[in-house]
Each structure stands twice: as C-alpha cells, then as structure tokens.
Design a protein. Sequence first.
Length: 347
Amino acid sequence: MAFQFRPGPIVFALVALGWTSPCLAQTVSPTSSPALASGSVSGTVVDQSGAVVAGAHVKLTRADVNEAQSPSQEALSGDDGQFAFANVAPGAFQLSITSSGFASQTSSGVLHAGEILTVPQIALAVAANVTDVEVALSQVQVAEAQIKDEEKQRVLGVIPNFYVTYDPHPVSLNAKQKFELAWKTTIDPVTFVIVGGIAGVQQADNAFSGFGQGAQGYAKRFGSTYANLATGTFLGSAILPSIFKQDPRYFYKGTGSVRSRTMYAVANSVICKGDNGRWQVNYSNILGNIAAGGISNFYYPSQNRNGAALTFENALVGIGATAVANVVEEFLMRKLTPNTNRDSPKH
C-alpha cells in the first residue's frame, strides 16, 4: 500500500518559520512579479524668446527614491536644444537645468512604465547677475556664427548668397558685422566676374557711348559698374543700416501660399526688420539706391548724365531689382545653395 504524505499542522508551522525543504518551499512560495518596463524622457531647452539653447546641462533624478537606489542621469542639450534620457525607471522624476548666463530651472513629471515622454519646452530666464555687457557679447557671438554660415552660402556652390538668413531666430548684426558682410561681398572673386560680364554686355550694346570702345571703353564700363555695385552695397547694406539700425539681410519665409510668399518678397524691397526685430520702412535700401544713383552722375560720361532723372531712374531700377531678387531668393535660391542648412537651424 503506497504511503501518501499529507502535510499537517506541524508542516504548515515549519513553512511559516521558513524551515522546509527546497521542494516544499517551491511548492508554497508566491510567484515573483515581473520588473516594470523602463521608458524615456526627452525635451527641448529654449530661452525666453523661443530660441534654442545648446549646451545646457540637464540632470534627471528620481523624486521617489534616493540617488543610491536610482543614480541620476545627466546630458547636454544639442545644437537644436534637445536632450534625451533612455532606460528611465517609471515613477516621479525631476529635471534640473543649468546653462551659462541663465538662471537655473527645474521641471518635474511622472513617467509610466514603457512610456516615451516628451516634456514641455523648458524656457530659461536670463540670470539676474548677468550684466548687459555679457548679454551683448553673447548676441555678438551668435550673430558672428550666423554670418559665418551665411558666408558659406553660394548658389551652385559658386555665386555669393550672403545677404539671406534661413534662421527662424536671427540675431541682429552690429555695425562692424554689417561692414564686414559688405566688404566680403564687394571683394569676392565672383563679384568681379559678374561685373566683368555686365561691362561686356554694355560694351556690345554700346551703352554709355561716351565711354567709347576698345580696351579703354571696357575698362571705364567695368569701373563704373563696379563703383555702382560697391557704392550701393556699402550705402544700402552697411552705412545706412548702421545709422538707421536696420538689418540689411533678407529673412527667408519659406511657408505659406505662393501669393503670400511673393507679396512678402516684393514688400521686402521697401520694408525691413530693424535691429529691434520690428518691421519698418526700409530707409536703407530706398535712400541707398537714390544716393548711389546720384553718385553715379560723377563718373558716367557727361552726354549720358541726366541729373535728377538719372538718379531716380537708377534708384527705381535698384528697388525693382531688389524685389525681383527677393522673389527669386524666396522660391529658387535655397534649392540651388548646397551649403544651406535645410533642417531646423542651430542657434
């Protein structure tokens, strides 16, 4: 007759005291609960104007456990202001954000098991102890970085396309930077090639006949054309913008209907952004074209001068050319400029 073991009160008592054989312990031990799936936390750091902040230090700590049980994670925001933490245990957490020149900021939230969480934008305020000089220096440095990017912009990799910014949060230029951009435009080798081509067309059409023909006539046409370009560039893009505190660049729109973008491009020949970020009458371009037209009377042949008529004719041509160039810039040039950042611009 087979003996059957039936646990009695003594066995149950031993189980309760933990004094049992492995087989009995396995029989009565509860099933262990599975580990909760970790998730991820990401976000973007910006300043109060909405511009992204790169290089901000972000620290993630668990709010419901001590750091020994759950070590903190640290990261730096990228060029696009974004940061991310992977393999974050679910539960309450806190983010601490610090960046040079800004006041420290904290943000908290709760991560659920397996969740991919994107926290709201974290806006940093300028630190109370940051001086105006330090803020101005930072703006100058950002503007200088933008200019370096713009100086790489060349249509088909060759033709300068310096006076357009694709950055959605451009920083205004100071007077030195405006002159720097004008100077580099006028001495660019491609500028001389373009001027030479225009002078050749004028020579073939015998435009400004007072210059004559031959090498001497071509040299005079080349000189007058280059003088027009240099005068217009420095007056309309450096001298007057510094006086009126206006930005000489074209601000690429890139969104909206064809009609709205066309109207925007044409309007930018007579309006512009001031250094304060507000739209205003483009006195720099209008007066620059009039002044350049007036100055041209000094070096064109006497028989080809027409006083005020030539001045305002050249000024209107200059404004019209700006409008046409803006339309081409808005719809075509970006596609033909290989060094343009086609993604979200860094700031």
